[in-house]
Design a binder for this molecule. Structure first.
Ligand code: MLT
Length: 258
């Protein structure tokens, strides 16, 4: 008998530790960090960046920069661009605001990125069969791609905020789950997927209002320099790309020849 399909959502970073114990080689993963890491990655690639190299900590980012002096350094701690005080002298080129990843700033560049949760979530599912990068900005493109590929085992990873679940990632995961539901409802659906779908059905019609209830949403909205990142990151389907994380880099699959 063929394996039944399965669909689940990991709601909190506390569950990342579970990932190495699952045999991810047969799973396809989607990682969301709506506020803001995956929204920034989608923006950067849509604006012409070559690739993003997500790393877990500042030390690793600086080590990769040594080997790749042409690459840009990007990322945040406590929401703000990483500065000389945290690195022992190096100023990062970019923070983690998707609005910073303009064509002028990133076209043709490789970006080494470290953020509090998003880059950690990507690294946690590095052993998966395939890993996609999701945001509200590329949600429909992602749905279309996953319908096309139809993975038997789909695991959606919410990056969360520090060690906790986050409303924004749960909402995005729920929107994805809801769209893909007919393909999985005869299989094994985890409670995480049920919860995310319910959250989306309850709050999905007004995501900005939901961000006022979200810890990271409130934190960003309270900072005048960062508050526009929230509405920017909620713009649905402004991009039609589906980045993949593979061999240590987030990039776009090569286009098929015409
Ligand atoms: C993260 O990776 O934890 C987030 O993207 C934090 C942020 O809002 O910059």
């Amino acid at each position: 008998m063929p394996n039944p399909s399965s669909l689940d959502v990991l709601l909190s970073p506390a569950e990342f530790d579970r990932l190495p114990r699952l045999d991810l080689r047969s799973h396809t993963c989607v990682v969301f960090d709506v506020l803001r890491a995956t929204s920034s990655m989608v923006t950067a690639l849509a604006n012409g960046a070559d690739a993003i190299l997500p790393v877990i900590d500042i030390e690793s980012a600086l080590a990769v920069r040594q080997a790749r002096p042409d690459a840009l350094l990007a990322g945040e701690r406590h929401g703000w661009r990483i500065g000389a005080r945290l690195t022992g002298g190096v100023e990062f080129d970019l923070g983690n605001s998707p609005r910073e990843f303009t064509p002028e700033a990133v076209r043709g560049r490789t970006i080494i990125m470290t953020t509090t949760n998003g880059t950690r979530a990507l690294q946690a599912c590095a052993g998966a069969h395939a890993v996609y990068v999701g945001a509200f900005s590329n949600l429909s493109a992602l749905v279309e791609e996953l319908r096309r590929v139809a993975p038997r085992k789909l695991l959606v990873i919410c990056s969360g905020t520090f060690e906790e679940a986050s409303l924004e990632d749960t909402l995005a995961a729920g929107a994805l789950v809801d769209a893909l539901w007919p393909g999985y409802e005869q299989g094994a659906i985890g409670d995480g997927a049920q919860i995310a779908r319910c959250v989306h059905q309850q709050l999905g019609t007004d995501p900005l209002a939901a961000m006022h209830r979200a810890r990271n949403g409130r934190r960003l909205l309270e900072q005048p320099a960062l508050s526009d990142d929230v509405s920017f990151s909620l713009r649905r389907d402004s991009r039609s790309i589906v980045p993949r994380f593979e061999a240590g880099a987030v990039s776009l699959p090569p286009r098929a020849c015409d």
